[in-house]
Ligand binder design. Structure first.
Ligand code: NAD
Ligand code: TYD
Length: 338
C-alpha cells in the first residue's frame, strides 16, 4: 500500500510509520508541520529507506496536501491517508483553543477533500476523550460524544466531519479511537514522560488535584497496530475503539515511576487541579478485536521499558528540556525547571 501519514513525525505517527515500512513493506509519505511536538529525529532511522519520503507542511494548507497526495501527472500518488496530525495536549487547549480548531477541525476537512478528490481510503486517528468522562463502566462505539476540553471538542468535531464524508459522499472512512498512549518518543508535556524526566532530575512531580483520576493505558505499538488493522479491514463509516489492557489511577502511575527511577516520594507535589478534569476514561475494544487485534503489552511491563528508554535516550530529550519546553513548563506549572 502507498500511505500518506499526516503527523508522522509525532509520537504515535512515528511508531506507525516505522511499523508500516518495516513490517508491512508499505510505501510511506509523511506530511508534518513539525510543530513543537513533531521532530524529524523521531524518524531518523528511516531516512534513506527507499519506501520513505518526508514533506514539511500543514494539513490545513490545501496546496501542501495536494503536493503530498498527487504525482506530477495529477493522479493520486497514494492509496490511503491516515491522519495523526493534531494539537494534542489538553492543558495547552485550555490556555488557547485556536490552534486546536485550525489543525484538528480545519486540517481534517482539507484532508477529507483531498481524499474525496481521488476516492482515497481515509483513516482518522481519534481519542477516547471524545466520549467525555465515565466514572463506572466502559464506553462503546455507540456511546454519545460528550467532550469536556477544547482538545476533545476539536477531536469530536473532526470525527463528525469524517462521518459526514462517509454518509454524504460514500467515502471509505474509518475512525480509530485510542485510550492514553505511552512509550518511547512521547513529548514530555504528557503525564508519563514528564514524570519520568522530572524524577530522573530530582524535580517535583506535579500531581493534579487528588491524583485519583483514572486512565486506561495502551502501549503506543499496540495502538499503532490497531490503526493498521482498521486501515486494512475497517468497514466504511465505522468507528473502532482501541483501549489498553490496564487502567490505573495517576498517583499509582507516579509511584511506580518513582520506584523505577529510584527517586523519592518527597518529590510528589499535589498542585491545583486541571479545570474541567475528566475523572476516568475506559474503552471497550470488542469491535477492533473482531478485526484480529489484541493488545500485546501489559502496563506493568511497558512502563518499565519506557522508563529505560528515557534513561538511555538522553540525546533525544535533552534538546527538548533545554529549549522552548522550559518556557511552557514555567507557564503551566509556575516554577522553572532546574
Ligand atoms: P503528538 O503531539 O506527539 O504529534 C502530533 C504531530 O502532528 C506532530 O508531529 C506535529 O508536528 C504534527 N502536526 C501538528 N499540527 C499539524 C498540522 N497543522 N499539520 C501537519 N502536522 C501537524 O501527538 P500524538 O500523541 O502522537 O497523537 C497523534 C494522534 O493520536 C492525534 O490525532 C491524537 O489526537 C491521537 N491520540 C493520541 C493519544 C495519546 O495518548 N497521545 C491517544 C489517543 C489518540
Ligand atoms: P495527560 O498525559 O495530559 O493526558 P490526558 O489529559 O489526555 O489524559 O494526563 C494524563 C493524566 O495525568 C490526566 O488525568 C492529567 C494528569 N496529569 C497530572 O496529574 N500532572 C501533570 O503534570 C500532567 C501533565 C497530567
Amino acid at each position: 500500500m502507498r500511505i500518506l501519514i499526516c503527523g508522522g513525525a509525532g509520537f504515535i505517527g512515528s511508531h506507525f510509520t516505522r511499523i508500516r515500512l518495516r513490517e508491512h513493506g508499505d510505501q510511506v509519505v509523511v506530511l508534518d508541520k513539525l510543530t513543537y511536538a513533531g521532530r524529524e529525529e523521531n524518524l531518523a532511522d528511516l531516512r534513506g529507506d527507499p519506501g520513505f519520503s518526508f514533506h514539511a507542511g500543514a494539513i490545513e494548507d490545501a496546496a501542501a496536501v495536494r503536493a503530498a497526495v498527487q504525482g506530477a501527472d495529477g493522479q493520486a500518488a497514494v492509496d490511503a491517508i491516515v491522519n495523526f496530525a493534531a494539537e494534542t495536549h489538553v492543558d495547552r487547549s485550555i490556555s488557547s483553543s485556536e490552534d486546536f480548531v485550525n489543525t484538528n477541525v480545519v486540517g481534517t476537512s482539507v484532508l477529507l477533500d483531498a481524499a474525496l478528490a481521488h476516492r482515497l481510503r481515509y483513516v482518522q486517528v481519534s481519542t477516547d476523550e471524545v466520549y467525555g468522562s465515565i466514572e463506572e463502566g466502559t464506553f462503546t462505539e455507540e456511546s454519545p460524544l460528550a467532550p469536556s476540553s477544547p482538545y476533545s471538542a476539536s477531536k469530536a468535531g473532526a470525527d463528525l466531519l469524517v462521518q459526514s464524508y462517509a454518509h454524504t459522499h460514500g467515502l471509505h472512512t474509518s475512525i480509530a479511537r485510542g485510550s492514553n498512549n505511552y512509550g518511547p518518543y512521547q513529548y514530555p508535556e504528557k503525564l508519563i514522560p514528564l514524570m519520568v524526566l522530572n524524577a530522573l532530575h530530582g524535580e517535583r512531580l506535579p500531581v493534579y488535584g487528588d491524583g485519583l483520576q483514572v486512565r486506561n493505558w495502551i502501549h503506543v505499538t499496540d495502538f499503532a497496530r490497531a490503526i493498521g488493522c482498521v486501515l486494512e479491514s475497517g468497514a466504511p463509516g465505522e468507528v473502532y475503539n482501541a483501549g489498553g489492557p490496564d487502567e490505573c489511577p495517576n498517583i499509582e502511575v507516579v509511584r511506580r515511576i518513582i520506584e523505577l527511577t529510584g527517586a523519592g516520594d518527597e518529590l510528589i507535589e499535589y498542585v491545583t487541579d486541571r479545570p474541567g478534569h475528566d475523572r476516568r476514561y475506559s474503552l471497550s475494544s470488542e469491535r477492533v478485536r473482531g478485526l484480529g487485534w489484541e493488545p500485546r503489552v501489559r502496563f506493568a511491563d511497558g512502563i518499565g521499558e519506557t522508563v529505560e528508554w528515557y534513561r538511555e535516550n538522553r540525546p533525544w530529550w535533552e534538546p527538548i528540556r533545554s529549549g522552548a519546553y522550559r518556557e511552557y513548563y514555567e507557564r503551566q506549572y509556575g516554577r522553572a525547571l532546574g
